[in-house]
Design a binder for this molecule. Structure first.
Ligand code: MTE
Length: 335
């Protein structure tokens, strides 16, 4: 999501889903095997991954999501013929500006992210505000694997098997009040461990927001892992959002606070350039970014630089599931 330096010539990503049967069944088997442990084992894999992150540095994979994946679910939407992006591409070509603005920076720098202990505070217009430890969150609902396409506003895309559960499960626990209309997501902003927090590239912390009905939509995922493994730091460990029908920047990483509000929340990118990055940011090939077209995308890891681009799909391929959320809205105005 390069505002000021289109120098790398790249565009951006967003999620979507697809589930070729072979992949689905293969993963399902794998996840069932992984699920033979219980919660304690799951946490052990987080501890093991700490060791890896500190000891082995970049290139180390964080380890299996042992007990986290109790159930795999194929998600309809998008196209079923999409290939899953290789893990190495999904974990080395990232946007995580707290760790640098180059796509390669997060994989190199994010080993300093302090993922344990971790807690997410849920506050604002809810009956039951609470601070959830990561352990609480891991146990809150059975994990599922969902293969979503991520389509970045910069014009690139990936297909990633995420592991997590619907954010709606957490929302149910805290019981939003009738006055709650929006949900704000606050990422960690720790200048001691995140070298670019404090830089002027964005206003920190990284903020994102959804309308309450979008946040409650079953496709909106609270993600703890990918490819059957613990989330790599550079992809937003230990817990992030994945909103597959919106441009990738709506999916905040390393979330520490979720706040229910009556007023539309400010977001990091709309604060930086409101005319370029709206609140809704639904993937929409018919509404161009002011500086480039959104009609096509380049699939990372699959297409060569000169390969034909793919056509971007309305709502990233999830129109059947989410289109009704925007019935009657002018999507050019609410971009
Ligand atoms: N979350 C935080 N906290 N900081 C960021 O810079 N970048 C966003 C989003 N979440 C970002 C963030 C953007 S622009 C994209 S495209 C996706 O994360 C990238 O997710 P990925 O690296 O897992 O593909």
């Amino acid at each position: 999501m390069l505002i000021k330096s289109p120098a790398d010539g790249f565009e951006h990503p967003v999620p979507s889903e697809i589930t070729p049967q072979v992949i689905y069944h293969g993963r399902r088997r794998m996840l069932q095997q992984l699920a033979t442990g219980v919660a304690g084992v799951g946490m052990a894999s987080w501890a093991a991954r700490d060791g890896l992150a500190q000891g082995a540095g970049w290139g180390a994979r964080p380890g299996k999501l042992t007990a986290l994946a109790a159930k795999a679910t194929a998600v309809e939407g998008g196209t079923t013929s999409d290939k899953v992006t290789p893990y190495k591409d999904a974990s080395s070509y990232n946007n995580f500006y707290e760790f640098g603005t180059d796509k390669a920076d997060p994989a190199v720098n994010a080993h300093t992210l302090p993922i344990s202990p971790w807690a997410v505070e849920v506050e604002g217009l809810v009956k039951k505000p609470a601070k959830f430890s990561l352990e609480d969150l891991l146990k809150l609902s059975p994990m599922e694997e969902r293969i979503y396409r991520l389509r970045c506003v910069e014009g690139w895309s990936m297909v990633i098997p995420w592991v997590g559960y619907s954010l709606a499960e957490l929302i149910k626990k805290v019981e939003p009040l009738g006055s709650a209309k929006y949900v704000e997501f606050v990422s960690l902003a720790d200048p001691k461990t995140m070298p670019y927090v404090g830089s002027r590239v964005l206003d920190w912390p990284y903020l994102e927001g959804l309308r309450l009905d979008e946040a409650r939509h079953p496709l909106t995922l609270l993600g703890f892992g990918m490819y059957g493994e613990v989330m790599p730091n550079q992809n937003g460990a230990p817990v992030r959002l994945v909103v597959p029908w919106k441009y990738g920047f709506k999916s905040g990483k390393s979330i520490v606070k979720i706040r229910f509000t009556e007023k539309l929340p400010a977001t990091a990118w709309s604060k930086a350039a409101a005319n370029e990055y709206g609140f809704y940011s639904n993937v929409n090939p018919q509404v161009d970014h002011p500086r480039w077209s959104q009609a096509t995308e380049r699939r990372i890891g699959e297409d060569g630089l000169f390969a034909k681009k793919r056509k971007t799909l309305m709502f990233n391929g999830y129109e059947a599931q989410v289109g009704q959320l925007y019935a009657g809205m002018d999507l050019k105005k609410f971009y």
